[in-house]
Ligand binder design. Sequence first.
Ligand SMILES: C[S@@+](CC[C@H](N)C(=O)[O-])C[C@H]1O[C@@H](n2cnc3c(N)ncnc32)[C@H](O)[C@@H]1O
Length: 281
Amino acid sequence: MALNRMDFEYIRDLVRERSAIVLDDDKEYLVELRLATIVQQEGFGSLSDFIAHLRAQPVELMQQRVVDLMTTNETYFFRDVFPFEALKTAILPELIEKRAATRRLRIWCAAASSGQEPFSVALLLKEHFPQLAGWQIDFVATDISHEMIERCKEGRFSQLEVNRGLPAMMLVKHFNKVGDHWVLKDDLRRMVDFRLMNLIGNWSLHGSWDIVMMRNVLIYFDLETKRRILGRVKSLLGPEGVLVLGSSESVLNVDRGFGQESMGRFMYYRVREAVPAPAGL
Ligand SMILES: C[S@@+](CC[C@H](N)C(=O)[O-])C[C@H]1O[C@@H](n2cnc3c(N)ncnc32)[C@H](O)[C@@H]1O
């Protein structure tokens, strides 16, 4: 049975309040599709019955499950290629030179999904930057989804997932075949500290960061939320720090505090130097 308007609005408001994800008015089908699992697993007769139950008993854990299910977790290894090429050939070499004195590099991947993105960066560091052995690498990857963070910690991928973007050489070198899945070897898995974190909640991150990857997540938020999040990112980025967004995302018309740099078709961002106020103001 199709979702009625009031039920859709209840789920839409719940998801927005808890995650800032905006579900457009034509997304009823998505709610029906994504919540079908809960209806089945919890033994409800219909989605309407489940929503009526949730309204009557808005239990935290169940609300969380709804939000988890409404997140879009599409990702793959070395997604879009260009950002990783730029990290390899320009961004990381430059940062490594600048951090030679402290021998410390800080990377935050802000929408980890099932782990392919942070692990792509970890593989890149391992394969191409042997000089980082002995450095302190603070590598944190976060996501709002409990299920995704649990998956990340396992570092376990299906054949289909490793077929998407992961070079065969890296697969055989850095993964073990366990049953019909591939599990990333411990040294790489341990490079990344996975944490549950809501971008509109408290950020359990301290100090300044060299690379912030916030790819393909701002697209789900409204302009005001994007502004607030990018404002917070600005205060976390060190003077040479770099912000990497998804290929369809930009700070243009969102936040003027970032300057854009490019490498071929790939754009990335740095915090603009504070412009001193004119004398007399
Ligand atoms: C499409 S995936 C992007 C994955 C990866 N960054 C990439 O580009 O391949 C979007 C991720 O953002 C997460 N997300 C959505 N809203 C969030 C929020 N408010 N706080 C933190 N993560 C959120 C989702 O759980 C999902 O895993």
